[in-house]
Design a protein around this ligand. Sequence first.
Ligand SMILES: Cc1cc2nc3c(=O)[nH]c(=O)nc-3n(C[C@H](O)[C@H](O)[C@H](O)COP(=O)(O)OP(=O)(O)OC[C@H]3O[C@@H](n4cnc5c(N)ncnc54)[C@H](O)[C@@H]3O)c2cc1C
Length: 478
Amino acid sequence: MSAESTKSGPPLQTSLSINFLIIGGGIAGLTAAIALRRVGHNALVLEKANKATARGFGGGVRLPPNLTKILFHWGLKPVLMRRALISHTMTFMKYESSEYLGEHVWDKGVLKETRGIYMLSTHDDLYEIFYNKAIELGAEIQYDAHVVDIDVESRQVTLENGKTVSGDVLVGADGELGVSRETVVGTPANGHPTGVAMYDTLIPSGELEDYVKSIWKDNAIFTAFGNNQAMLAYPVHDTDEIALQFYGPDEKSGNYGDEPSVYVPDIAKGLHTKLLSRMTNADKAVRISVRAHEDIEDWVSDDGPLVVIGEAAHPFPPGTIQATAMAVEDAAVLAKLFSHLSEERQVQSFLYAFQELRQPRTRAVRAGEFGNIFYMTLADCEETVRRDNGMRAKAAAGGRNVLEGLAGDVSRLWDEIRTIFGYDCEDEADDWWVRWGVLRERAIQRSSVIMDEESMLFDFSAMGVHVHEVEAAGDSDE
Ligand SMILES: Cc1cc2nc3c(=O)[nH]c(=O)nc-3n(C[C@H](O)[C@H](O)[C@H](O)COP(=O)(O)OP(=O)(O)OC[C@H]3O[C@@H](n4cnc5c(N)ncnc54)[C@H](O)[C@@H]3O)c2cc1C
C-alpha cells in the first residue's frame, strides 16, 4: 500500500444545505468553496481583484505533506502529479561564501508517517487548479466584487458598486489587510513591520544550469544561510524555472499582488559572486513585507455568523512552508464540521468549534515559521557557528540528514516539522465531532425529550384536571 493517505469515497453530505458567502477569492476562499461544495453546501466567492491579478505572477509555493494529503482526498492528485514537482531533499549552503553545508533527505519512514508527499508548485498554478475544481463542483466566483462593508447581524455585505449580497454564513477569507479581520476584531489589526521583507521571483533554470546540475538533485529545496539574509530556491514549472525567495532588509513596504519592482542583484548583494553573477536575468521581484501580528482572540464575530479563515485569521510570514497549507487546512476543517449540519441552531457552535480546533494548531505552526526565518537569517554569532559546524560534521561523516540529531534548535525545529507534517486536520475535525459534537447533539435531544415529556405531563395533568372535573361533575350527577 502506498505511503500516501488513502481516504477515498464521497464525503459525508450535509442534511441541511445552506449558503456560504465567502469574502476573498485567494487560496483560502477558493479552497473553502471546494470543501463546502464537496459536502453539499452552496458557495459564492466575492473577489475584489480580476482573475489575473488574484492568480498572482507565479511565485513559488511549497506544498508540505499535511497539505498534499488533503488535496489528494479532494481528487486533485492527478493534476498535481502533472503540474507540481515532488521533492525529497533539502540542500544547505552559506550565502556569502557558497560553501556547501550538507543535505537532508526526507526518508521513506517520515513520509509514510505523514501520509502525504512534499511537492513544489507556484501560486498561479495552484490558483488555477483550485479555481477549476471550485467551478467543476458548482461554486460561484465573482471577480471585481470588492466588499467594503459587512453587516454581520443581517448577514449581508455591501460591494463598492453599492450592491448588497447576503448569505447564511459569512466566511472572511480576504487576507491580513481585509475588511473581515477588522470586522471581527472591532479595530484595525494589521500588525507592524519587522524590518524584514521577502523578495519573490523566478529565474529560467538555464541561467543556473551548471550550478543546478552539481547541487540540485532530486528537485531539492536549496537554502542559503546568510548574515541577516537568506535565500531559498527550488525548481518549478516542470523544472523550467527556479523559484527564488530572498529574505533581507525591508526598505519600503510591499504586499503580494504588487507589481514586481525590485531588481534581484540589488537585493542579493551579499550573495557569493558564483551565484550573484547568474541573477541578472531573473524577473524583477515582488517585495512582501514580513509583518508581525498579535494573535486575535476571536475568529468568530459576536454579532452573528461571520468567521475568519486563512490569512485573515492568522497572517503568516510570506514564503513560509505552511502559510498556504494552513489556509487549506482551515477550509477542510470548516467543511468537515459543517458536513454535520442538520439544524440552523448548530451554526454558531460549529463556528466556535472551528476556532477551537484551528487556533492552537495555527499559533504553534506560525511561531515555528517565524523561528525558521529567524534561524535562516540569523546574524553571524556563536549559534550560527554551532549550526554550521554541526552540519559540516554530519556531512563529513557521510550523513545525508544533516538536520537530524543535531544539538539545540535545529534538532527541535526538525522534530516540530515531522509533527506538523504528520497532522491530519480532517481527522481532527472528525474526532471533534465524535468526542464533542455527537455528545452535544445527544444532550440537546435528551433535553428536548425531557421538555416534550414535560409538556406531555402538562397535557396529561390538564386532562387530569379535566377528567377530575368530569368525574366531579359525574359524581355530582350521581
Ligand atoms: C496575488 C497573490 C499572490 C500570492 N503569491 C504567493 C506566492 O507566490 N507564494 C506564496 O507562498 N504565497 C503567495 N501568496 C500568499 C498566499 O496565497 C497566502 O499566504 C496563503 O495561501 C493564504 O492566503 P489567503 O487566501 O488567506 O489570503 P490572501 O492570499 O491574502 O488572499 C485574500 C484574497 O482576498 C481578496 N480580498 C481582499 N480584500 C477583499 C475585499 N474587501 N473584498 C473582496 N476580496 C478581497 C484579495 O484580493 C485576495 O485575493 C499570494 C497571495 C496573493 C493575494
